[in-house]
Design a protein around this ligand. Structure first.
Ligand SMILES: *Cc1c(COP(=O)(O)O)cnc(C)c1O
Length: 463
C-alpha cells in the first residue's frame, strides 16, 4: 500500500513514512493510492467481533508491511485498553431510527482518543525499531491537544508540543493539556485563534530546514493514520444496525473534516453508507461550500462548540482531491487561490461528485442549546454541544427509513458551562479523572510568531 499527496508533487510514501511525516512536502495531504475494498461477506464477518478485532481487520489492508500481524494486534490492544467502556464505541437510541454513537469513553473524553491513542502506540513501535527520535507539533482547538498529550506523555522517543489559542479552550480541555507532569510534553498557549495555531504548524512543516533539524512529525487530523483509526467505528456501528444487509446514514459534527472523511473511506471500502451529513455550527464554511459551491473564509466566530470553530477545514482537501478525479494540479490551484484570495469556487463537476455522498446543515447557538435541552427532556441523554449540533442537523434531514447514526464526539462534562446553561444540570467528570481541577498546571504563553515558536521548541526539546 502506497500513499500519494493530494497536490501530486510530493514523494510517494509507505504507510510508516506517511504516518511519521504528517503533511506532504508539497503542502498536500497523503491519501492511499487505492482504497482497498471489503466484500459484503467480509463486512458481515465483522459482526460479533470485539472492537479491537474489527479494528484489525478494517485497518490491516492500509498498513502494508509496516507491522507484522501479531505486532499490529498488540498495538491495537494497547491503544484501546484505557477506554472506560468495553464496547469502546457504544450505540444508544435517541429516537425512532436515530442513534447516537458515543465516542467519548476514551481517556480525554472526546472521539480524538480513538485516533490519538492508536497513533501513540504506532509511533512508539516504529521509533523503537529505528532508534529515531521525533518532535511532534500539533495545533488544537482543544480536544486534539489533550488527546495527543495523553497519548504521547512519557513515551521514550518523542517530544510533544501543542499549540492552543490562549483563552479559547474550555477549562477541562486546558487542564488536560497543562496538568501532565512528564518532561516530554509542552503546552503552548498562543496569543491568537485556532487558525493562527494551525497556520503556524503548517509554516513549521514548510520550513524544511527546521523540519529536518528537529525531525518534525505531525499528528493533526491531516495525519493519514488518524483518519484510518476513525474508519473503524463507522464499520462497527453500521454492522450493529444490520450492515451490510441494511444501509445507514451518518451525521458528523464537523470542523477539520477528518472524522467525516473517515466515513467517506468506509463508504469507499464497501460499507453501505447512504449519505454522510456534514453538521457545522455557526462557523459554516463547509455548509456554505456544499450549498453554493463557494469555499470562502469569513473569520471565526467563537461558539459553544469550540472544537468546530474553524474557518479552513484541512481535510476537506482530501475530499476535493477525490471530487476532482484525483487531479493534484487542480487541487494545488484551488489551495493557492485559498491562500491568496481567501477562497475558491468548486467546479460544477466536483460539486456534483461531493453532493452524491455528502449533505450538510448548520446549527445556530440557540438551536444547539435547545437541542441539548430537548434531547435531555425526551431521552435523559445529555449531549455535549458538538454532539447537539449533529443531532439538530440530523433531525433536519428529510425523513427516511434508513437509520441515522449521529456521532457524539465529546462527553458533556468536557463542556459543563454550555450544558448547564441549556439544562440547568452540571455534568460530572467520570470518576477516573475527578481530581482534574486540583492538579497543578504547567503552560508557556507565546506570541503568534513563527520565529518565537520555533526557538522555544528548539530550546525545550530533548536532543
Ligand atoms: C475535533 C472535534 C470535532 C470536529 O472533528 P473534525 O475531525 O475536525 O471534523 C467535533 N467535535 C469534537 C468534540 C471535537 O473534538
Amino acid at each position: 500500500m502506497r500513499y500519494v499527496s493530494t497536490r501530486g508533487q510530493a514523494p510517494v510514501l509507505t504507510f510508516e513514512e506517511a504516518m511519521l511525516t504528517g503533511l506532504a512536502r508539497d503542502g498536500g495531504l497523503y491519501v492511499p493510492e487505492t482504497v482497498p475494498e471489503m466484500a459484503p461477506a467480509e463486512i458481515a464477518g465483522l459482526a460479533g467481533l470485539t472492537y479491537e478485532e474489527a479494528a484489525f481487520r478494517v485497518m490491516r489492508p492500509f498498513i502494508g508491511d509496516t507491522f507484522a500481524d501479531a505486532e499490529f494486534e498488540s498495538i491495537i490492544a494497547r491503544a484501546y485498553a484505557g477506554f472506560g467502556h468495553t464496547a469502546r464505541a457504544p450505540l444508544v437510541q435517541i429516537g425512532a431510527n436515530h442513534f447516537l454513537l458515543e465516542l467519548f469513553h476514551g481517556p480525554t473524553l472526546a472521539f480524538k482518543d480513538f485516533a490519538m491513542q492508536l497513533i501513540g502506540q504506532l509511533f512508539q513501535a516504529a521509533l523503537e525499531r529505528s532508534g529515531n527520535r521525533v518532535t511532534i507539533v500539533g495545533a488544537t482547538s482543544g480536544d486534539t491537544g489533550s488527546a495527543a498529550i495523553e497519548a504521547f506523555r512519557g513515551l521514550d522517543n518523542v517530544d510533544v508540543f501543542i499549540l492552543f489559542p490562549e483563552g479559547r479552550v474550555s477549562e477541562v480541555q486546558r487542564r488536560q493539556m497543562t496538568t501532565p507532569a512528564e518532561a516530554n510534553v509542552h503546552a503552548l498557549a498562543v496569543r491568537g485563534d485556532f487558525d493562527d495555531c494551525q497556520a503556524r504548524v503548517k509554516d513549521m512543516f514548510n520550513h524544511f530546514e527546521f523540519r529536518d533539524r528537529v525531525a518534525l512529525a505531525g499528528v493533526n487530523s491531516i495525519n493519514w493514520a488518524r483518519v484510518l483509526a476513525q474508519v473503524v467505528y463507522y464499520f462497527t456501528s453500521a454492522i450493529s444496525l444490520g450492515a451490510p444487509h441494511r444501509s445507514v446514514g451518518f451525521t458528523v459534527p464537523t470542523g477539520n473534516f477528518g472524522d467525516i472523511f473517515a466515513g467517506y473511506i468506509a463508504r469507499r471500502m464497501g460499507l453501505p453508507v447512504e449519505r454522510l451529513v456534514i453538521a457545522t455550527n455557526q462557523n459554516d464554511i463547509l455548509h456554505r461550500a456544499l450549498s453554493g459551491g463557494a469555499y470562502e473564509t469569513h473569520g471565526v466566530t467563537p461558539s459553544i462548540s469550540p472544537s468546530m470553530d474553524i474557518q479552513v477545514s484541512s481535510n476537506f482537501e482530501r475530499a476535493l482531491f477525490e471530487a476532482y478525479g484525483r487531479d493534484g494540479a487542480a487541487v494545488a490551484q484551488q489551495m493557492q487561490a485559498l491562500k491568496e484570495q481567501g477562497g475558491f469556487t468548486i467546479s460544477q463537476g466536483a460539486l456534483q461528485a461531493l453532493r452524491e455522498v455528502f449533505a450538510s446543515g448548520r446549527a445556530s447557538e440557540e438551536e444547539t442549546s435547545a437541542t441539548i435541552r430537548a434531547t435531555h427532556a425526551a431521552t435523559g441523554e445529555i449531549l455535549c454541544p458538538h454532539s447537539a449540533v449533529g443531532v439538530k442537523v440530523a433531525m433536519d434531514q428529510p425523513a427516511s427509513a434508513t437509520p441515522m447514526i449521529t456521532l457524539a464526539t465529546a462527553h458533556p462534562a468536557k463542556f459543563p458551562d454550555a450544558v448547564e446553561a441549556a439544562t440547568g444540570l452540571r455534568p460530572a467528570l467520570p470518576n477516573r479523572m475527578a481530581d482534574l481541577y486540583e492538579r497543578a498546571e504547567r503552560v508557556t504563553v507565546v506570541d503568534n510568531d513563527l520565529g518565537a515558536i520555533e526557538s522555544l521548541i528548539e530550546e525545550r526539546r530533548a536532543s
